[in-house]
Design a protein around this ligand. Sequence first.
Ligand code: G16
Length: 541
Amino acid sequence: MDFEALKKYSALHPKPAGLTLQYGTAGFRSKAEQLDHVMFRMGLLAALRSRATGSTIGVMVTASHNPEEDNGVKLVDPLGEMLHPSWEEYATQLANAEEQDLQKTLTEICQKAAVNQQKDASVFIGRDTRPSSKKLSQAVIDGVSVLGGQYHDYGLVTTPQLHYVVCCQNTRGQYGKPTLEGYYQKLSKAFMELIKKSPGSGEGQRHLKIDCANGIGALKLSEMQPYLPKEVLVHIYNDGTKEKLNHLCGADFVKVHQKPPKGLDMKPNERCCSFDGDADRIVYYYTDTAGHFHLIDGDKIATLISIFLKELLAKVGQTLKMAVIQTAYANGSSTRYLEETLQVPVHCVKTGVKHLHHKAQEFDVGVYFEANGHGTVLFSKAAENTIRQLAKDEKDDAKREAAKVLENLIDLINQTVGDAISDMLVIEAILSLKGLTVHQWDAFYTDFPNRLLKVQVADRQVIDTTDAERRAVTPPGLQEKIDALVKKYKFSRAFVRPSGTEDVVRIYAEADTQENADALAHEVSLAVYHLAGGRGAPPQP
Ligand code: G16
C-alpha cells in the first residue's frame, strides 16, 4: 500500500472530525455534504473486498427513497447480493476513523480479513440522478484508484442494474452480459417469450402508467422501451425534468401516505405503479369507479407471484420447496392468506433486503418482498437446473410448457436484488397470462387497516428490538405500554423500530378499522415520544 499517496488523496476527502455515521439498513445514508469522505473510504473498502474475494465488487451512490438532499452508498458483493454482514463492521470502522488513524485502520482490516494486497482489485461503480451523486462517485473512484484498483464507471444506472452487472461479471457471463444492453436484451427476450403465451396476446395493447419518482427509473425505462414489444405501452410520469426526486411521489410516498403520487392522472380502474428513487422498489395501485384509492403493495405482489409459481410447480410435478419471506410490516391479512389459503410457509425476518435475501436462499424457490415493494424471487441452482432440463427434454407437453414458462420467469427475474423494472415486467406478464385485471388481483384478500408513522427522537439507538423487530427491548417500559395500547383495539398489533435509513423511529399499527389503526399508531407514537426522548413538539393526531 502506498501510504504517501493514501495520505495525499485522503486529505482531498477529509473526514469532519468527530463525525460518526452508522452503517444502516442498506449502507451509509446521510446529508450529501457529510458523505465525501465516506465515499472515498468505501472506494478503499471495495478495493479490499475485491482482493479478499478475488471478484468484482459494486459501489452504488444513492440514497434511494430519501429526500434529494441526502445521499448514500450501497455495496454489492460478488454474486450481486448486499455486502456480507461481516464486512459491515469494517465499513463502519473505516468510515469513522479519524484522519490520522486511517492507515492503521486499513492495515488492521487487511490483517483481520486476510486481504492479499498483491491481488488485482476490480470495482464497478454506479450512481443515481441526485445532484450530489456525480461528485460523490468521483470520491469512490479516487478511493479505488489510490489502492491500485481497476474500476468501471457505469455512470447513471438503477441500483438493481449495478447488482446485475456485478453478478454477470463474476459468473463470467453465465448470468448475462455485464452491460445495460445485456440487461435490456435478457429481460425483454424473456418477457416476450412469456406474453406470447397469454390468452389475450395479439388483441391490442396493454397500458401501464408509471410514476418514476423523478429518478433514475425514468431514464432507464426510456432506454429499455425500444426493446419492449409494441403490445406493451408504458407511460412514464415524474421523469425528473420538472420536479424534485421523491418529492410527493415514488413508491415510498405512495405506500406511506396510501394515496396517489403528484403528477400522475389516474382514470378509474387504470393500472398504475410507482418506482422509488433508485428503482429497486415498486408498488401498484388504482382508483375504483367510486374514486377510492387502492394500494397493491409488496405483500400483494408476493402473493400474485406465489400463486403463479405454485401453479406452475404443480404442473411440472416437482416437489420443490417454496416459501415466502416477509418482515414485521407485512399486512397480517397477507400472511394469513399465504399460510391458510395458499398453504405456503411464511417466514418473518428483520427489515432490510439483505435479511430477506439470506433467508430466501434456504429454499428451492424463495419469494421475498417487503411490504414497501422491495423484493424478488430466488431459485436455488438445483431448482433452476431441474426446470431448464424439463423445459428442454420433458416428453409430456403440458409439463414441458409449464417448465418453459418457469424458465422464462427465471430469466426475467433479477435474482440479485429487488428490481422495479424486472418486477414490473414479471407482474405484467403474470396478469396477462392469467387474464387478471388489477381489481381482481386486489381482491385476493383485503388488507387489515394499517398506518405507518415516524417520530423524531434525540437518539434513535435507544430503541432496541427483538423477535424480528416485533418487540422493543429498550427503553424500559415501552413494550409494556405498546402491549396495553394494543389491547384496547380489536384485531390489532403494533411495533416500533429505529429506521436504518432516516433519522426517525418508525411506528406500524394494524386494527379492525382505519380509525382504530390511526388512533393506535398515534398513541404508540406518543409513547415513543415520551419514553424514547422525543424531539420537537409531540406528535399530533
Ligand atoms: C432500504 C432497504 C429496505 C428497507 C428500507 C427502509 O430501502 O433496502 O430493505 O425496507 O431501506 O429501511 P428503514 O426502515 O430501516 O429505514 P431503500 O429503497 O431506501 O434502499
